[in-house]
Design a protein around this ligand. Structure first.
Ligand SMILES: C[S@@+](CC[C@H](N)C(=O)[O-])C[C@H]1O[C@@H](n2cnc3c(N)ncnc32)[C@H](O)[C@@H]1O
Length: 442
């Protein structure tokens, strides 16, 4: 059934919301105020024809935007993308009844080609190799040669790799049949050091034609500084397997953030938008306003990027991170940067902070940067008990941030929330906020 409808708003995932007979339908590629002929399904809809266009609509730069699930906001003027993200963050706080000012998001000067990590899946269609991304909510591969949010060098390397697979008759992996060799190729590139790591994910360890493809690839792209073969025999959606072989170079690249060098391997968690990461970390450092006597805890520390960035301003930094590989990398990173007043603990952050509270360890400041799920209840309880002078919360999910800040708002004053756009063209938004312990009422 198709009906003429006007879009009431755009939701947090970029869908236009229309109402028909008091029921809401999610429609992709529709903006607030736009009128369209919409085909309705049970809870969603599809634009059949657009009748009235919004002034905030722009032509997506990507040719496969409407097929690929990677970006959701490319049809929206960038300034308006930021307005929508701003409204979304404000709404999250309204929903939990927390009166907190939310500042305008810090946007990017150039909101394209910002990603430093390109991850491409390979398959086959009509006997031709396809290389790209999964179609939204499916395992069908959309051919995407030039991704507009990815690093351009990475795009070029993938194009060459695809041509070389055809030249050397190397088969892509076909999930349905569980046969073929090449599953994914990852390209990680530092925009500062210009080092490039290529990770070739294969189904089997045996890789016929590997030396030939490697020789041609390096000849065409002398900028490649390392190549790793990752073997993933499992039939799962997890990209990387456990076994790895460095087939060229040192097996990792180095990047520079706020003057510090960090090693990035195939499996290292590292922020994907380095320019905005510097903006975010700089903001966190500014909000913490540390002094040389301060002891700081960096919880959910990853490879130590935040802790290392603020170590020079503090007396001591303690970092806690659950992933042993990240802790290993973090220790190496501290060593490379000659940071000696930092320590890393491989432990669950909630267990660690609870232990610190019980031991009455003196902390002057805490910075937390948890995964999307936010802080565990035990961590929030410990923060409410410890009542640290300064707490900076970095979050990649405004919903869990607002939930956690509500729980912290009885013991802490919450300062304005600063959104930072780390993921232009997608609906994601990062936030950073300072909390200070409330003064004891006599
Ligand atoms: C959003 S990342 C932040 C990493 C780092 N701060 C950065 O900016 O690159 C979240 C980190 O929390 C870690 N993590 C997840 N659950 C944890 C837990 N229960 N305790 C400690 N760390 C955890 C993950 O391994 C990941 O490195």
């Amino acid at each position: 059934m198709s009906v003429k409808l006007v879009c009431s708003r755009v939701d947090e995932q970029g869908y236009g919301i229309v109402y028909y007979n008091d029921q809401a339908y999610k429609v992709s590629n529709l903006l607030e105020g736009e009128e369209a002929e919409v085909e309705l399904f049970s809870q969603s809809g599809k634009v059949v024809s657009l009748i009235k266009k919004s002034p905030d609509r722009v032509k997506p730069v990507c040719g496969v935007y409407h097929l690929c699930g990677g970006c959701q906001l490319q049809h929206i003027r960038y300034e308006h993308q930021l307005d929508l993200k701003h409204d979304y963050v404000k709404n999250c706080f309204k929903e939990v009844n927390l009166d907190v000012p939310v500042l305008k998001p810090i946007g990017m000067n150039d909101p394209y080609h910002y990603r430093n990590k390109l991850q491409i899946v390979f398959s086959e269609k009509k006997k031709k190799i396809v290389a790209g991304f999964y179609e939204e909510n499916t395992h069908k591969v959309v051919n995407a040669e030039d991704c507009d949010i990815q690093d351009q060098v990475g795009n070029e390397i993938i194009k060459t790799f695809k041509q070389l697979m055809a030249k050397h008759k190397i088969k892509p992996y076909l999930e349905a049949k569980d046969e073929g060799l090449i599953k994914h190729v990852l390209v990680k590139r530092s925009q500062v050091t210009k080092e490039v790591l290529v990770v070739i994910v294969t189904r089997d360890l045996v890789f016929p034609g590997r030396n030939n493809i490697l020789k041609d690839l390096r000849q065409k792209h002398p900028e490649i500084t390392s190549v790793v073969q990752n073997i993933n025999p499992r039939r799962t959606s997890v990209v990387l397997g456990n076994e790895e072989k460095v087939i060229f170079g040192k097996g990792y690249i180095e990047d520079v953030l706020l003057g510090h060098r960090f090693q990035i391997g195939s499996k290292t968690f590292y922020q994907v938008n380095p320019k905005q990461t510097e903006v975010l970390y700089q903001k966190a450092i500014e909000l913490l306003n540390l002094s040389k006597n301060d002891v700081v805890l960096d919880a959910y520390a990853g490879v130590g990027t935040i802790g290392i960035s603020l170590a020079k301003q503090a007396k001591e930094v303690l970092c806690v991170e659950i992933n042993p590989d990240s802790v290993k990398n973090a220790k190496k990173n501290a060593h490379i940067n000659q940071i000696n007043n930092i320590d890393f603990v491989c432990e669950d952050a909630s267990k660690y902070i609870t232990y610190m509270v019980n031991q009455k360890v003196k902390l002057d400041a805490i910075v937390v940067d948890p995964p999307r799920s936010g802080l565990e209840k035990a961590f929030v309880d410990a923060l409410n008990q410890i009542k640290v002078k300064k707490l900076v919360y970095i979050s990649c999910d405004p919903k869990t941030l607002s939930r956690d800040l509500k729980q912290l708002s009885y013991k802490y004053d919450i300062h304005p929330v600063q959104p930072v756009d780390m993921f232009s063209q997608t609906y994601h938004i990062e936030n950073v906020v300072l909390l200070t312990a409330k003064k004891q009422v006599q």
